[in-house]
Design a protein around this ligand. Structure first.
Ligand code: GDP
Ligand code: IMO
Ligand code: MG
Length: 424
């Protein structure tokens, strides 16, 4: 079996953690290929214990899975150690985790710059998670980044930090009126973390390709979502990496033709955290209802998620830019108890109807959803385990969403637990 990609089809928090955990029984490897500890992936085990994972792949809760932090990820070494300690304290064996030598490090100055630039942007802020993600990727592209392999060479690490701080301290002090960071403190803290991480550092692209050659299955776990992709998302209100399926090849070192399945995780309604356009957003009592019913509070920052109706323009777009082979439709249970359930089928942009994503940022900001209203259902879905057990209107909802979205819905979530899933 070749490689499988799990990606978010909306603005993140679609339930990727649960999907990865669910597939964990069928795969030998789980790989994070982009993003960093801006992600928050929830996994609920059959015994009811729940885990919030940020940097470590969601396969870690499955003892037979080997987990990889790929070259495309940005790694905060201190956060990695804290997350490992948290898992070990809860008796999760995290021995099966390796980290790419080529992954870039999130340094203390990246976190500082992320927070301070957001403050300076004021009303124009992105609403980042403040974890240093954007500044770390900026340095990667500018070719002044520090990589995991640099943890193995104290002399090189110091040279790189000195060069970085020469410039960053000027910016911190002169532009942002902040205190300069001390080279020794930064180097010492990163090296101390590096000593603990060292046994996990590996040439992960070699190991993954060898595993595929040996017939093993590799699951590439996306974080964030299609509309947060720096190329295909609602730029500039995006994250600084490529969560879309193409990013999975780049961020892991696997050739694209080894990927045979791209699973799009699609929430039965829509949520977004941070700033940026969101055509189907509900700012009224109904939005509040979805937030409460769906428990829509950010796993990483604790911010309330913005909520709105299902948007098929976005789903079709995600299907296209990722080459989605099938969707997992999550949180259908949250929609129980509504008289009618609107679904966005197209946008009205300044009096013109469009069935596809607007080409320009201006048009996306002007997009007004065109809704089709479907009849609701009242039943609790959490005990349904087959498609036939769903109420007739819930089935009609799934079928209509499938028709509009451009790929088959192969699984439906009816609760957060591993077994609260219907496969079709
Ligand atoms: P991720 O970032 O895509 O992994 O998603 P998050 O973990 O941030 O948010 C998804 C939330 O929905 C988590 O609290 C999950 O436990 C929960 N969840 C996942 N699937 C379902 C489902 O089908 N029904 C319900 N009610 N909750 C779900
Ligand atoms: P998971 O993997 C939802 C959002 C932030 C902000 C934008 C940029 O749990 O789905 P960043 O810190 O990445 O520079 O912030 O992206 N964002 C997420 N929103 N889920 C996530 O991850 C997110 N990771 C980043 O809120 O709008
Ligand atoms: Mg999340």
């Amino acid at each position: 079996m070749p490689a499988i990609v799990v990606i978010g089809a909306q603005w993140g928090d679609e339930g990727k953690g649960k999907a990865t955990d669910l597939l964990g029984g069928q795969v030998q490897w789980v790989v994070r290929y982009q993003g960093g500890n801006n992600a928050g992936h929830t996994v609920v085990l059959p015994d009811g214990q729940d885990f919030a994972l940020h940097l470590i792949p969601s396969g870690i809760l499955n003892p037979s899975v080997r987990n990889v932090i790929g070259n495309g990820v940005v790694v905060n070494p201190t956060v990695l150690l804290d997350e490992l300690a948290g898992l070990e304290a809860r008796h999760v064996d995290a021995a099966n985790l390796i980290v790419s030598a080529d992954a870039h490090l999130i340094m203390p100055y990246h976190v500082e710059i992320d927070k301070v630039t957001e403050r300076y942007l004021g009303k124009a802020k992105i609403g980042t998670t403040g974890r240093g993600i954007g500044p770390a990727y900026q340095d990667k592209v500018a070719r002044v980044g520090v990589r995991v392999a640099d943890l193995l060479d104290a002399k090189i690490l110091r040279e790189k930090v000195e060069a970085a701080l020469d410039f960053k301290n000027q910016v911190l002090v002169k532009v942002y009126n902040r205190k300069a960071l001390d080279v020794d403190e930064v180097v010492d803290s990163v090296l101390a973390a590096g000593r603990e991480i060292e046994p996990r550092i590996a040439d992960t692209r070699l190991l993954l390709n060898q595993a595929l050659d040996a017939g093993e299955t590799v699951l590439l776990e996306g974080s964030q979502g299609t509309l947060l992709d720096v190329d295909h998302g609602t730029y500039p209100y995006v994250t600084s990496s490529n969560p879309t399926a193409g990013g999975a090849a780049v961020g892991s070192g696997i050739g694209p033709i080894r990927i045979s399945r791209v699973i799009g995780i699609l929430k039965a309604y829509t949520t977004r955290v941070g700033s940026g356009p969101f055509p189907t957003e509900l700012t009224d009592a109904m939005g509040e209802h979805l937030r409460k019913a769906g428990g829509e509070v950010g796993v990483t920052t604790g911010r309330e998620r913005r909520c709105g109706w299902f948007d098929s323009v976005i789903a079709r777009y995600a299907a296209r830019v990722n080459g989605i082979t099938d969707f997992f439709l999550t949180k259908l249970d949250v929609l129980s108890g509504l008289e009618r359930v609107p679904v966005c089928v197209a946008y009205d942009v300044d009096g013109r109807r469009t069935d596809e994503m607007p080409m320009t940022q201006t048009d996306m900001h002007h997009a007004v959803p065109v809704y089709e209203e479907l009849p609701g259902w009242w039943e609790d879905l959490s005990d349904c385990r087959t498609f036939g057990e769903l109420p007739v209107n819930a089935r009609a909802y799934v079928q209509r969403v499938e028709e509009l979205s451009g790929a088959r819905i192969s699984a439906i979530g009816v609760g957060p637990g591993r077994d609260e899933t219907i496969t079709r």
